[in-house]
Design a protein around this ligand. Sequence first.
Ligand SMILES: Cc1cc2nc3c(=O)[nH]c(=O)nc-3n(C[C@H](O)[C@H](O)[C@H](O)COP(=O)(O)O)c2cc1C
Ligand SMILES: [Mn+2]
Length: 485
Amino acid sequence: MAYQQEKPGGEIAKDQREFVEVCRRTGDVVVVDQQVDWDLELGAISRHATEMDGPAVVFNNIKDYPGQSMFANPISTWRRAAITLGLPAHARIPEIYAEYIRRDSNPVGPTLVKDAACRDVIMKGDRVDLTQLATPLIHEGDGGRYLGTWCIVVSKDPDSGWVNWGTYRFMIHNKQYLSGWPFAPSHFGNLLRQKYLTQNKPMPVAIVMGADQSSHLAATSTTRPGRDEASLAGGLAGRSIEIAKCLDSDLTFPACAEVALEGEILPDKIAMEGPYGEYPGYRSGEMGAGILMKVNTVAHRKNPMLSMDCTGYKDCSSTVTALGGGIGVQRALERAGLPVTGVYIPSEGAVHLFIVGVQKGKGGRETTVKVLDALTRNRTYATKILVVEDDVDIFNLGEVLHAWATRCHSGRGIFIKHVEGSAQQLTPCYDQEERERRAGAAAAFDVTWPPSWDLSDIPIKATFQAMYPENLKKKVLDNWKNYGF
Ligand SMILES: Cc1cc2nc3c(=O)[nH]c(=O)nc-3n(C[C@H](O)[C@H](O)[C@H](O)COP(=O)(O)O)c2cc1C
Ligand SMILES: [Mn+2]
């Protein structure tokens, strides 16, 4: 299918259905009316589509689930990240980053409304049956059917009242229970441990699906604790997001969501969870102890359109982390006083490879080691960090690879740091024993010229840009067509 060059018109979709419509106009969604099986077929189609950098998919005809549909891979390409931010679908990655930064710096508080779109059908108590929602078995070998992937998980700090939105995976345990696996250092993991488990209190929680993409993008961003993701979503959308209260608690969620599950994490129970085909691009872990959520209320629209990320190599998770995460990392490095000019976390590197741009002449060993220290302090997601000078376009992987291969001194330009307690356990190259200790390592590559070198010592790039006089370059470009190109 050919992509259209049409502008999405600058408007930002207010809910999931509008977003699908905008994607339809730009060729960024395929609507599948043919029946597909929730048992692996839906997942296989979604996986193949995202690996091709292809369109998102709406499945309208899911075996055993008449009347329900599924929106898969909402933001797994840069085109759909651009559309989410109201940019033309063909916007370049640096433009998408710049737009995100602009919107992120202008948060807009949410508006509390009475009605939520998802109240057409309500199941409560014993009538709750999670298997009545069209939930796929996404990959072969998954521990179960994952219902929460492209979801917003709502929780609250009972002391400050801060409401946290995040995206964390949840698997159907049985009709009334879900099991989950929030990383220990996530906001949800922290709140659960510090504010509920230690007091043996159940934690109220809501999981919503099929909201507007501004809210989903905000939920997946890397923000500081205490920052209101609903206001960030408002900034990303350029308008106040309508939020509604849960039926059973005062948790608030995007009022346009198609499905809302309300319940509580039980402090004294664990449940088996995983394995799952995860964002590093591998099936990660074995079935292990996860948290257990009792679902007390299910509410959904009459013909709900659920949402999912077909997690794995080049998924929504690694794409949105490239955006919100890259900018979060840049801010953290700026706060640490480093001469950073940009951060790119390419989805091909699955959140393990961070490319950090620094001002020309301010690189070298000292800066590289400081970047390595800053990026291994709390959560060690990056296992490879490339520090490059700003004459290298960090968004151009070819240029970055060229600089890395040629400028990084293999004898003295590589720095390694071992971490204990902060490593990301899903990192594929860690062994079981390291995972248990949350131990790991990160390497930083100094891809900059030594600051001690004179300008005259620095090799000149053998490129069109660098090797010819300005007036000749201009002449060549002006005559490009005349030469016969
Ligand atoms: C589809 C998807 C699934 C995710 N699953 C998890 C998960 O199971 N556990 C987790 O801790 N983080 C998961 N993440 C990453 C978090 O969403 C991300 O770290 C985000 O910043 C969390 O918000 P927080 O900073 O409010 O904790 C997932 C992200 C996406 C996009
Ligand atoms: Mn948060």
